[in-house]
Design a binder for this molecule. Structure first.
Ligand code: 13P
Length: 259
């Protein structure tokens, strides 16, 4: 592993603020009992839970950071239902997911909006996880490399070098999200290498590359070891402290074993 691993729990539209507090507390207690040495852990709750989660993280000194699942590309104004970078920063949010496939497919987030949002979030100083990944038809036609390359170039071309350290990329094939059908380690390893090549051609060498899509306690250790990723973006399995921290532990063990 070239980088310290990163594991992000994307809670999506699950858990109200009371449930979020409870999960945050459980994660805090478990991390206190069994500290994780080498993994950066990030929680991405729904907007309405963020205040509760950052409060408990700060008061209990839980070693995690907090992400938003989405942000608007504008600073403020008439954008009903949206949230700005400065609002997130005021809540001590330090990360944001940009271009998750659910935003792209269900909320009409096109490549241009992904690019504008990413640039705006970086200028505001947030760490950005750019999400990329192909649909099943594209994988079946064996066009996934070109598809992901286009997504990366569109989002990252011309980004000022001073922002590179704020960037990570999550490869989430749409056919593996929430389906229980995980990409094989070979598929993950091949796409991870491809993404690193594209990033390198754009001058962005330092970004961590994560995998997401039906990651669970059973498959995490194999995917992180054989898929050569720098960590995971976890959906369903991040909603329980035990399964989420077991995935974190797999990354910690892998990093330790390779040093
Ligand atoms: P699942 O882990 O539930 O498949 O979700 C993956 C994902 O979309 C994380 O962003």
């Amino acid at each position: 592993m070239r980088h310290q691993p990163l594991v992000i729990g994307n809670w999506k539209m699950n858990l109200d603020y009371v449930e979020a507090l409870h999960l945050g507390q459980q994660i805090g207690v478990m991390l206190k009992n069994k500290p994780v040495e080498h993994v950066d852990i990030v929680l991405a709750p729904p907007f309405v839970d963020i205040r509760s989660v950052t409060s408990i993280v700060e008061s209990e000194k839980i070693p995690v950071e907090v992400a938003a699942q989405h942000v608007n590309a504008n600073e403020n104004g008439a954008h009903t239902g949206e949230v700005s970078v400065s609002m997130l920063k005021r809540l001590n949010v330090t990360w944001v997911l940009v271009g998750h496939s659910e935003r792209r497919s269900m909320y009409a987030m096109d490549d241009a909006t992904v690019s504008a949002t990413l640039r705006h979030a970086l200028r505001g100083g947030l760490r950005v996880v750019l999400c990329v990944g192909e649909a099943l038809e594209i994988r079946e036609a064996d066009d996934q490399d070109e598809f992901v390359r286009t997504q990366l170039v569109s989002a990252l071309k011309g980004i000022d070098a001073r922002f590179h350290e704020l960037l990570s990329v999550a490869y989430e094939p749409i056919w593996a999200i929430g389906t229980g059908r995980t990409a094989t380690s070979e598929q993950v390893a091949s796409m991870t290498a491809h993404i690193r090549n594209v990033l390198s051609s754009l001058g962005v060498d330092a970004a961590r590359v994560l995998y997401g899509g039906s990651v669970n306690t059973e498959n995490a250790a194999t995917i992180v070891r054989e898929g050569l990723v720098d960590g995971f973006l976890v959906g369903g399995a991040s909603l329980k402290a035990e399964s989420f921290l077991s995935i974190v532990q797999s990354c910690d063990d892998c990093y330790d074993g390779k040093r």
